[in-house]
Ligand binder design. Structure first.
Ligand code: DC
Length: 221
């Protein structure tokens, strides 16, 4: 039986930064499920699919070939055979992903892929529904959050570091909109699993959060 750590939380809570560090320290594989939803969104954008057209999204998603491979412990996302890592973290793709990830067919396809990965490897997996839907039996579930202002500032720093021009007010508004969509959608809404511990990282350093999760994981395994 493989080990798993499930980390859920809203956009910009620091999940991927922390999950990567935890995975490295424990020798687990880090699975960024948001990147899979973003790859699907990129596919839909490239195809010109209307984001309001549920049926079109459902049909298009059947043909999307998305897979994950690892090189030196780093996750690479393949879309139709192309490595798309560098195209996934834009606001355009994030906003499309927030809409298309509400689609049941999209979720079914990607949840299958995530569950298969967790069957074959020890994983730290982050997303919105990992503790509730993807790995409901995981003994180690974390809900990682932070205030909206802190999350917007982190996203702003991440984007400006990459040279993207952005406006912090617009990012805050987008985060707000994404939170509402992720938490109120019909399929697998973002919520705290009953057996998850809650960590608010607003006033914590990255190392403090990492250490708390590792301490908890060691207690649980
Ligand atoms: O974590 P992120 O910003 O990369 O995620 C992009 C979008 O994908 C986000 O709006 C919610 C969605 N998502 C999801 O619905 N379920 C997951 N397990 C991961 C991400």
């Amino acid at each position: 039986m493989k080990k798993s750590i499930a980390i859920d939380g809203p956009a910009g809570a620091g999940k991927s930064t922390i999950a990567k560090l935890v995975a490295k320290e424990l020798g687990f594989i880090y699975v960024d499920t948001g990147a899979m939803y973003r790859a699907m969104a990129l596919y839909l954008i490239r195809k010109g699919t209307d984001r309001e057209d549920e049926k079109a999204i459902e049909e298009a998603c059947r043909d999307a070939d998305i897979s994950i491979r690892y090189a030196d412990g780093i996750q690479h996302v393949y879309l139709m055979g192309e490595i798309v890592d560098d195209h996934l973290r834009t606001e355009e793709v994030g906003n499309m992903a927030s809409v298309s990830s509400a689609n049941a067919a999209v979720r079914q396809k990607l949840v299958d892929l995530q569950q298969k990965l967790a069957e074959s490897e020890d994983v730290v997996m982050d997303g919105r529904d990992i503790g509730t839907v993807v790995l409901p039996d995981s003994p180690c579930k974390i809900f990682l959050t932070a205030s909206r202002e802190v999350r917007a500032k982190r996203r702003y720093d991440e984007l400006t570091q990459k040279g993207e021009k952005c406006d912090i007010k617009k990012i805050e508004a987008d985060i707000n909109e994404r939170d509402v969509r992720d938490m109120t959608r019909k399929n697998s809404p973002l919520r705290v699993a009953d057996d998850a511990i809650l960590i608010d990282s607003s006033d914590m350093t990255i190392d403090q959060v990492k250490d708390e999760i590792i301490r908890y994981a060691k207690e649980r395994f």
